[in-house]
Design a protein around this ligand. Structure first.
Ligand SMILES: C=C(OP(=O)(O)O)C(=O)O
Ligand SMILES: [Mg+2]
Length: 569
């Protein structure tokens, strides 16, 4: 059987399946005579759960940084909550029933109380209690839990979706790939897979129901194919494909320290997109010439309170120092859409992608914005910082954000804190009105970075997360290409550089066109950098111009894609 999803992270992997699905736990009620030993059973399960969570927390700290590990601290706090512990102990004593029955009931009632609160933060705590309660219950019943940080054998994980806390623990030596029911190429699970350099296929619909733990799968993270229980012949064929792919990657490594230029010497910059300072290793291994997008929102996610100025300062400093003077574009908080921060208690919205998000929140909750800007400015002396505002719809927001930045500068000066005075301030072009007014915007910013992930969804009215309409979500749409062309031209008219940090920048067939349109900087997943450098080295300015002319004359996305694919074939 061959299933088809969306290729989210390149590479071929094959291994037995590890299905992560919540199983129903069967709990039967017993009367207990020996209350003391029942209380002991409960306490041993409590201790075992604490030990497991401490281990997971340490691993998460090592792999994804301190901020990512906060969620496990929150889980540990639930286990030490006297209300929960007393309530179970009292239940066992007064009703003389087995611990699991009392625990199950207690957890359910706690969850219900939190879920019924009209407050997103409290609702999120309900999920924590459910999660920890489930762990406790399984330990009580002696049910072995899958711990994806300590696996004995190589596996491919099959799950509905993976939370950052799942990927935080993942042991890359053993998890050879993952496959999910939901998501698209630009969903955050997919982006995470690429930064971990693990092959992944997402958006398969109901793969968790089709595939079971006894299955063996091959996944192709480029084509989105998932082959279930292939024959030995097919396995061998894919092993050969895998070998070729690894050989190709090894060959590309020769380009790691080379300059990026066309055959006739036009230089462009190839940067990497990162989510945390832990991504730096992959970035440097893949020969990036800078960071074109640091998505700072991951610093704010999977935790229970806002990151402090100091925590942020440390993260930004680490990245700036790590890049040793190469340009680093750090984007201010871009929360909303598929990136949520429960503790901000933001009201549920009908259209979160069109709602109270990103810069809109920062211009409203200015204390959050100022803390981030202070941390950024303080870090500016450690490297070549460029600050970027997301989700700009027009010049007014830029002026408002700059006014807040000016206040922060003045505060720092008054406090005698040094910062670099000449960092650039630019914006993402990801809302159609920003593209259409890029002539105006270019006069007041230092650079543009085109965010195609959102620009496509906002201009074509196609949700980037929805796999049912994924065929309509395409960077090859002539309308999208016209906007890109307009932005680059308007940027150049005012003498500012224009880059792209949406996933389209790393899409090989588009690169010759973008080059011909004059894009100055391409920022992409680290693993796309070397293939892009290789492709660019085969092109000339003249050839790229020719490609622009032909591609821009075509009427449909399909024609454009077919033509651009044929160019690089
Ligand atoms: C790079 C972008 O930002 P994000 O994917 O974080 O929304 C984009 O929209 O293209
Ligand atoms: Mg965006």
């Amino acid at each position: 059987m061959v299933l088809k999803g969306i290729g989210a992270s390149k590479g071929i992997s094959m291994a037995p399946v590890l299905l992560l699905r919540e199983e129903e736990i069967d709990i039967s009620e017993n009367i207990v005579e020996d209350i003391a030993s029942e209380l002991n059973r409960f306490h041993s399960a409590l201790e075992k759960s604490k030990e497991q969570l401490e281990k997971i927390k340490v691993l998460a700290q090592q792999k994804m940084g301190k901020d990512k590990a906060e969620i496990f601290q929150a889980h540990l706090l639930v286990l030490s909550d006297p209300k929960l512990v007393n309530s179970v102990e009292n239940g066992i004593k007064s009703e003389k029933k087995n611990a699991e029955v009392i625990l199950d009931r207690t957890i359910k009632s706690f969850v219900q109380i939190f879920e019924s609160m009209d407050n997103e933060y409290m609702k999120e705590r309900a999920a924590d209690i459910k999660d920890v309660g489930g762990r406790l219950l399984k330990n009580l019943l002696g049910i072995e839990m899958v711990n994806i940080s300590q696996l004995d054998e190589e596996v491919i994980i099959v799950a509905h979706d993976l939370a950052p806390s799942d990927t935080a623990q993942m042991d890359k030596e053993k998890v050879l790939g993952f496959v999910t029911d939901i998501g698209g190429r630009t969903s955050h699970t997919a982006i995470m897979a690429r930064s971990l350099e693990i092959p992944a296929v997402v958006g398969l619909g109901t793969v968790t129901e089709t595939i079971s733990n006894s299955d063996y799968v091959i996944i192709n993270g480029e084509t989105g194919e998932v082959l279930v229980n292939p024959t030995e012949d097919v396995k061998n064929q894919y092993k050969e494909e895998q070998r070729k792919y690894l050989e190709y990657r090894a060959k590309l490594m020769e380009l790691k320290d080379k300059n990026t230029a066309t055959k006739d010497g036009k230089h462009v910059e190839l940067g990497a997109n990162i989510g945390t300072p832990n991504d730096l290793k992959g970035v440097l291994n893949n020969g990036a010439e800078g960071i074109g997008l640091y998505r700072t929102e991951f610093l704010y996610m999977d935790r229970t309170s806002l990151p402090t100025e100091e925590e942020q300062f440390e993260a930004y400093k680490t990245v700036l120092e790590g890049m040793e003077g190469k340009p680093v574009v750090i984007r201010t908080l871009d929360i909303g859409g598929d990136k949520e921060i429960p503790y901000l208690n933001l009201p549920k919205e009908m259209n979160p992608f069109l709602g109270y998000r990103a810069l809109r929140i920062c211009l409203d909750k200015t204390d959050i914005f100022k803390t981030q800007l202070r941390a950024l400015l303080r870090a500016s002396v450690y490297g070549n910082l460029k600050i970027m505002y997301p989700m700009v719809s027009g010049i007014t927001e830029v002026r408002q954000a700059n006014a807040i930045m000016d206040e922060v500068r003045k505060d720092l000066e008054a406090e005698g804190i040094v910062y670099s005075k000449d960092f650039e301030v630019g914006i993402m072009i990801e809302i159609p009105t920003a593209a259409l007014t890029s002539d105006i915007l270019a006069k007041e910013v230092d650079f543009f970075s085109i965010g195609t992930n959102d620009l496509i969804q906002y201009s074509t009215a196609v949700d980037r997360m929805n796999q049912n309409i994924a065929h309509l979500y395409t960077p090859y749409h002539p309308g999208v290409l016209r906007m890109i062309k307009m932005v680059i031209e308007n940027g150049h008219k005012e003498g500012i550089w224009t880059g792209m940090c949406g996933e389209a920048a790393g899409e090989l067939p588009l690169i010759p066109l973008l080059l011909g349109l004059g894009l100055d900087e391409f920022s992409m997943s680290a693993t796309s950098i070397l293939p892009a450098r290789e492709l660019i080295s085969t092109l000339t300015k003249e050839k790229a111009q020719e490609i622009v002319e032909k591609a821009m004359s075509l009427a449909t996305a399909e024609e454009v894609e077919e033509y651009l694919r044929s160019v690089i074939a």
